[in-house]
Ligand binder design. Structure first.
Ligand SMILES: *Cc1c(COP(=O)(O)O)cnc(C)c1O
Length: 367
């Protein structure tokens, strides 16, 4: 479609400057690829489970609005997620929507600060941009990406952030920060602290029980990485008085009826998902050992379902491209952050997918 000068001017005049300055989140095409770029669970459901699920879906009244409170689903999440009985829950269309909800409730004027260690999850910065919040990053420690307590506490004192995000384990570095460092940051924060536990199933440690200790703590989870990425469902647990405020900014029917029914069904069969998670953790250790044996490759240990590794100087983009040409899609982190120069990130897949990745990697390293 052609664009007149008048249209260009109208867009420039009307779209908020911070939105004009943004880049839309880009998802690369992946049809037919071995897809190891987005931390998805690679295992399909066994046939009889699919059949039972389809029967549940057949009962959904698709002509009606979904349950606005998602009461049944919340009850399952509370039980399965080990959410303290006194805590409240707000659901989001993925945890991305919860990050947006926090920005809508606490941001607006562009002065309130969101603070996060970095490199970390890109959505904290992106969503701060369009919810009227100022984003500040504090560098993780050199070498092993540890949480730099001194730098974090100093930055918190300086910026008085409304929100501190701590991804635990962290994406894209894969590590779960030391408990003492987490506590120091939580205790120094004047606003809310959101512990983002997207990878909790692969880590086994959690801050959910700490909700009883800290009334400004919020714990965010998602079903995406545990095997239900297609549903788009995240939840935020915390003091009911916080949750009541966030609920006001949530669109009434943000969790659709098919997602509510499917997630409740999946959580009733959570043992299946746990078996898959265990298999992925075993694959992760095999993949880490295999990567670490490659010459010119340095991998960081991971508490999540991905492994970040560094390649020889200046080679990451070429290796990423060679893998793609071989039909294996991973994530190129080089150029995304100063501390991630020469780095790539691979999601742990099935044994076959990981073998395809390693084979393609070997050709790329030789090339
Ligand atoms: C993937 C990811 C999310 C997003 O999860 P969705 O529920 O799929 O929106 C949140 N936080 C971190 C750290 C992630 O890596």
């Amino acid at each position: 479609m052609s664009r007149s000068d008048a249209l260009a001017q109208r867009i420039t005049r009307l779209v908020r400057p911070e939105v004009q300055a943004m880049q839309a989140y880009h998802v690369p095409p992946a049809t037919g690829m071995v897809k190891l770029d987005a931390m998805e669970n690679p295992y399909p459901w066994p046939g009889e489970l699919r059949e039972a699920w389809l029967q549940v879906l057949a009962e959904v009244s698709i002509n009606r609005y979904p349950d606005p409170t998602a009461a049944v689903l919340k009850q399952r999440l509370q039980r399965e997620g080990g959410v303290p009985a006194q805590a409240g829950l707000v659901l989001g269309n993925g945890s991305d929507e919860l990050i947006q909800l926090l920005g809508l409730a606490l941001g607006g004027g562009g002065e309130r600060v969101v603070l996060s260690p970095g490199p970390s999850f890109v959505m904290y910065r992106l969503i701060s941009g369009f919810t009227g919040m100022w984003f500040e990053e504090v560098a993780l420690g050199e070498g092993d990406f540890h949480l730099d307590t001194g730098a974090m506490v100093a930055a918190i004192g300086r910026h008085q952030p409304a929100i501190v995000y701590l991804a635990y384990p962290n994406n894209p570095t894969g590590n779960a920060f030391e408990s003492a460092a987490m506590e120091a940051v939580i205790e120094a924060a004047p606003g809310v602290v959101v512990v983002d536990e997207a990878y909790e199933p692969f880590c086994g440690r959690s801050w959910m029980p700490a909700l009883e200790r800290y009334e400004h703590l919020l714990v965010m989870r998602t079903v995406s990485k545990m095997g239900l990425a297609g549903l788009r469902l995240g939840y935020l647990a915390g003091h009911p008085d916080w949750i009541a405020q966030f609920e006001k900014c949530r669109l009434p029917y943000n969790i659709n009826a098919l997602t509510q029914a499917s997630a409740a069904f999946a959580l009733d069969h959570a043992d299946r998902l746990r078996t898959q998670t265990q298999a992925l953790c075993a694959e992760r250790e095999r993949l880490f050992d295999a990567l670490s044996r490659r010459p010119g490759v340095a991998a960081w240990p991971s508490d999540a379902n991905f492994i970040t590794f560094r390649t020889a100087p200046g080679r990451a983009a070429a290796i990423h491209g060679a893998l793609r040409n071989d039909g294996v899609l991973i994530k190129c982190l080089d150029g995304s952050h100063p501390m991630l120069t020469d780095c790539l990130r691979v999601t742990v897949g099935t044994a076959e997918e990981n073998a395809s990745f390693l084979q393609a990697l070997d050709s790329a390293l030789a090339g």
